[in-house]
Ligand binder design. Structure first.
Ligand SMILES: NC(=O)c1ccc[n+]([C@@H]2O[C@H](COP(=O)([O-])OP(=O)(O)OC[C@H]3O[C@@H](n4cnc5c(N)ncnc54)[C@H](OP(=O)(O)O)[C@@H]3O)[C@@H](O)[C@H]2O)c1
Length: 252
């Protein structure tokens, strides 16, 4: 079966690099037109150029209301519709025990990773999807399903995103489907400290399929959920982690 998105328009936050860029490439390869956005206009322009004429860009900060409005309006003005929203941009300004986090970094993590996806979805719903239907894909993390020593705050936002997916899926049905992906470690800039060098060697041992993730591993699942192949799926979170969550726990 070939998965196609001809005639569809997708808006991908954090589409300038990493997982978002791979999702934009997969959607464009399936015939969709794609609007990518991130804070850096330069990076977006470079990515859009590399990805070809089906990909346009409008830079903005996901957490700034004026930027969100501008990106959504630019998408509708230039590409005519928004069939798919991918809430992919995220941040992690704090690594350490959650109990010691400062308020500023707690707020920033929640604003970018949770509040922004909620209000992007709300705005896209009101501006297009309520009347025309569509699909929303949230990019969470396996961290949202477990605990980790240093990423507890980030993991909290990703756990809440999984619940937000269920809530919005119930509220926006039947016209809009809302689903979520929870990747394990994927070799992007964001996760470099987790996969480079010795840390990476150690990490690899926790992945039964024998390798860490590549952005394209996530893009394939996003394409399946966004296209008609996903038409009877809503409210779900798919774990994409090379078997990491089912790996044996070694006990002494
Ligand atoms: N890599 C992993 O191992 C992994 C695992 C599980 C989940 N994830 C999730 O996957 C998603 C993508 O991560 P990635 O690894 O692909 O990261 P990445 O390579 O660092 O890319 C992040 C993207 O988001 C943009 N971005 C960051 N902050 C933004 C903001 N405030 N406003 C607008 N754009 C912003 C970045 O561009 P600018 O810097 O230009 O803004 C970039 O395009 C995230 O939700 C992350 O939590 C990643």
């Amino acid at each position: 079966m070939q998965i196609r998105m001809d005639g569809k328009v997708a808006l991908v936050t954090g589409g300038s690099r990493g997982i978002g860029r791979a999702i934009a490439a997969a959607f464009a390869g399936a015939g969709a037109r794609v609007m990518i956005t991130s804070r850096s206009a330069e990076s977006c322009a470079a990515a859009a150029k590399e990805l070809g004429p089906a990909v346009d860009f409008e830079a903005g900060h996901v957490g700034r209301e004026a930027d969100v409005d501008r990106v959504i309006e630019a998408t509708l003005a230039r590409l005519g519709r928004i069939d798919v929203l991918v809430n992919n941009a995220a941040t992690n300004p704090y690594a350490g025990p959650m109990i010691d986090v400062d308020r500023a970094r707690w707020d920033k993590t929640f604003e970018t990773n949770l509040t922004a996806p909620m209000f992007w979805t709300q705005k896209v719903w009101h501006r297009w999807m309520r009347d025309h239907g569509g699909a929303v894909i949230n990019i969470s993390s396996v961290g949202g399903l477990s605990t980790t020593r240093l990423l507890g705050v980030y993991d909290m936002t990703k756990a809440a995103m999984i619940h937000m997916t269920k809530q919005l899926a119930a509220e926006l049905a039947p016209s809009v489907r809302v689903n979520c992906l929870a990747p394990g470690v994927v070799r992007t800039e964001f996760a470099r400290p987790l996969w480079e060098g010795e840390a990476g060697e150690k990490m690899l041992k926790a992945y039964p399929l024998g390798r860490l993730g590549e952005p394209e591993d996530v893009a394939g699942a996003a394409l399946f959920l966004a296209a008609d192949t996903g038409r009877w799926i809503t409210g779900q979170t798919w774990v994409l982690d090379g078997g990491g969550l089912v790996a044996f726990t070694e006990i002494a």
